[in-house]
Ligand binder design. Sequence first.
Ligand code: MN
Length: 345
Amino acid sequence: MTLSSSSATANAAEPQYPVLIQQAAQQLREHRGPVVILAHVDPDGDALGSCLGLQRALRSLGYDAQTYLQPPRYLSFLLQEGELLPQLTHWPENALLVVLDVDSSDAARVAGADVASYTGPLINIDHHGTNRREAALRPGGLSVVDPSRAATTQMVKDVLTALSVAWSADIATPLLLGLSTDTGNFRFSNTTPQVLRDAAQLLEYGANLAWISDQLARNPRRYYELLKEVLSAMQFSPDGLIVSSRIDQAALDRVGAAWEDVESYVNMLRNADGAELAVMYKDYGDVVKLSLRSRGTVSAQNIAVALGGGGHVPAAGARVEAPFAEVEARLEAEADAELRRAGLR
Ligand SMILES: [Mn+2]
């Protein structure tokens, strides 16, 4: 991902958040055709929760709304039969596209359709600081981007409130799930008073937090088998500031796991005392995907951006087309630069 000069920092002329929310609601209110909903590749709780909350609410308001997303197994408990379709093959007539929890101009990161081939009206709702806000530059385009929001589901909730949706447990529950997963179950520093106010309101609307928590806490047997692989590959840098692990296809094959099963372990690594940066390498052979988590003043985002990726300050990722040894060396160099910037080396 390259950051163009028009980007990444909020334009001084950009309308305030409440205005953007009203504009998104207005555009939806005036729209009569189908609504296509997309989110990012490797969808997490916030991506899926945002899509499901918006789709269910729009359908309750009479819209023809359809999400194209392949959910990970650990989140499939949220889904009702046939709610999601995997891939859009051609854009419907008079569509409005809503892209959630990812920069809509980063076509390689948008799942479910070839977003680069789309020329119609577009609303991009996202809380990633690396979002270039290019949707706002298109005719019929709107960028609703606020990096101070902990989760995209918070922003979807605000749009739905502006649309005066009749709240139900089915709509509120996936929105609460995204808020819970993107804040580490309300433990990370992004758990602002507004997060807890939004969570409380979603509970009032019927969201089932106990059910979400119980479902997310059910680890299949392969979780523990894969955990052994993660632990056996776990390493600390000599000064203990970086903790990492690596999973490749052979490790997945040994325990019957899939790549999506690897996602959660980086948060476990992050709990290592003394480590300011946790790194999970997903080694595909000629491509390595990195999941990064940082503490305190260290920015996982700075490291990810330097490697061509993006994300949030404490949680970010990158995809690097190179063999593992080369990616590891590049990560260590960028991590060293970031730890020096933070005054830790
Ligand atoms: Mn998110």
